[in-house]
Each structure stands twice: as C-alpha cells, then as structure tokens.
Unconditional design. Structure first.
Length: 333
C-alpha cells in the first residue's frame, strides 16, 4: 500500500516499457494501415494511467498528518500508542492512503473524523506486519447507527444482532460496520471484541484466493493453521471459555475471532494456548503480546455514565452499552 523509492522506480520502468512497446506496435501497424498511427498519441496516456496510482499515493504520503487525527489515534488506539516513532509514522501513512482511497459513508448516521480514523486503524492493524499487501477489493465502508439483520435492515427487531459484515453479491467491494460496536471495540480495553479488526481480518483471508492468507505467510504456517482449525472445528472443546463459541461457526469466523483476540487480548491467548499464539504471531508477522505491554495503561473510554460515543446524547449505559454487551461479538462474513 505504501510506495517505497524502489517501488516508485519499478513502477516508472514498467510504465515506460509498456508505453514504448505500445509505440513500437503502433508504428509497425501504422506502416501497413496508416490510420492506426493515431495510436501513437495514446502512448503518453498509457504511461500516466500506469503511473497515476503510484504518484497519487506518493503525494498523499507527503501530506502532513492532521493533528486531530493524531489525537484520535493516541486517545483510542492502544496498538498505535505502543509503536515506536518510525512505526508510528508508517501507521500514519497507511491511514492517510487508506482514507484517500476508501470511502467511509454513514447510513442514517453522522460519520466524523473519529469514525473515519478508527475504521482506517481497524484496517491497518491486521496487515501492519505485511509490507507488500493491500485491500484490493474494498471500495467503501458503510457505517450503520445500530446493529442490523441479514437483509441489512435496522428496524429494532430482536433478530437484528449483526455488528459487522463483509459485503456480498450487490454489496461486493463494501463492508458494513455498526457505529456503536466500532466505538466500543476501541473504548473498552478489557473487552476481547473489536468488530473492525474482525471484519478486516475476513478481508485479509478473502483477498488471497489460492491459499486463503497473504503470500507473506509461509506455506508451512498456513498448513499448520489449516490442520489446527480442522481439529478444533471437528471436536469443539467444551471448556474453552476464553474463546467465544461464535468462533466455531466455521473456519472463517474462527480466523476472524482469533484475530480479534490476538490484537486485543494477546495475553489471554499466550497464557491459555502458547502454540496457538505462536501460530498467529507467525501468520500476522507481529508479536502483539510484547507490543501492547509498551502501550500506556488506558482506562475504559466510555464509563457507564459518560455520554454515549455514538452521539445520541444519552448516557452510555442507557444507549449502546447494553447492545454491545448483549450482542458481542456476532459478526458475519
């Protein structure tokens, strides 16, 4: 997602090579069919079309990081706070590029900078250990004011307990997140749930169609993970209270739920199952248990009597807290 000097040089060389090849082909064809010489005029357009994305990202990366975005990351995102200075700068650049390329749209609710930055942070946390990977198929994130049902409706019915969803069919290329659930995932450090990380973990798994995980993950680790998940789903343990039962829905939910735990409560994973923690560490190329020990100790952002972060004007205990506690952590692929 970030453009390195080497990546920029490679992109320039490839764009120039394609443009020159097109020019030669146009000249040869034009020799026999003169009207086709007009294709020569399209060569500069081809060059810049291949350079456009790279140059746009370079421009975005050079922009100063907004001060209020920095405050949001420091006050809400423990993962960011634990990074050293160079890693913080890389995280900022990733957030800038993501928000430049992915639309964040509120559906019957306001989307402010806090929501936009937390969506971007949710996206960057699972892939921060990868250096050549991005969300190719995501174009927009829809933010709902509450939970919803399988038909994406919010009518206040009892069955509306979905907090996040990766779009399918006509919503392909989109993601839906519940605004209160997104805020709660970053507001409560004692909770294992983070719906944003959960849904972006689904995308990490789905982007790669051949092996199901980014190519930077060694095949031996992928094989080990597949075997582990198959055993777990075939014989779900009865006393694994540290893992929510929703993880045992299927192999995709198992991956997403465990990703939440790995980035939110790594101490629990490492203590309960050191081999599982090591597997996730090898997959994500991150040691979150060691990292989060460096983060400043944070209080719960939303006290029971605090104003609800969803902006309703009600107290948290009278608004989103009961929903978050009752529905945690149902999400769907």
């Amino acid at each position: 997602m970030l453009v390195t000097p080497e990546g920029n040089r490679q992109n320039r060389k490839q764009a120039l090579a394609v443009a020159m090849l097109m020019a030669v082909a146009s000249g040869v064809l034009g020799w026999f069919v003169p009207p086709l010489l007009f294709l020569l005029g399209l060569c500069p357009l081809m060059f810049w079309s291949l350079r456009r994305k790279c140059l746009r990202r370079l421009a975005v990366m050079k922009q100063p990081f907004p001060t209020h975005w920095e405050q949001i990351l420091r006050s809400h995102v423990a993962f960011f706070e634990a990074l050293d200075d160079s890693e913080k700068e890389r995280f900022r650049q990733l957030v800038r590029v993501f928000l430049d390329e992915v639309r964040i749209t509120g559906i019957r609710t306001e989307v402010d900078d806090t929501i936009r930055v937390l969506v971007a942070a949710s996206a960057m946390i699972p892939i921060f250990g990868f250096h050549d990977w991005e969300y190719h198929r995501l174009s927009e994130v829809l933010v709902y004011p509450a939970s919803f049902d399988d038909a994406f409706q919010m009518n206040g019915e009892p069955g509306e307990n979905i907090l996040g969803m990766v779009g399918r069919q006509h919503l392909s290329g989109m993601m839906i997140l519940s605004k209160p659930a997104l805020l709660a995932g970053f507001a409560n450090p004692s909770s294992k749930a983070n719906v944003g990380v959960h849904e972006f973990a689904h995308l990490v798994e789905k982007e790669e169609t051949d092996q199901g995980l980014p190519p930077e993950v060694p095949w031996e680790v992928v094989k080990q993970w597949i075997q582990y998940v198959a055993r777990e789903l075939a014989h779900p343990p009865k006393n694994r209270s540290h893992i929510n039962q929703y993880a045992y829905t299927n192999e995709h939910e198992f991956f997403a739920v465990l990703a939440e735990y790995f980035f939110k409560s790594p101490d629990v994973l490492q203590t309960q199952d050191p081999k599982l923690y090591q597997m996730l560490r090898d997959m994500f190329h991150q040691d979150t248990r060691s990292l989060l020990k460096l983060a400043p100790r944070r209080r719960r952002q939303c006290g029971r009597n605090s104003p609800c972060p969803c902006g309703s004007g009600k107290k948290y205990k009278m608004c989103c807290l009961p929903k978050a506690e009752a529905m945690e952590p149902k999400t769907v692929t």
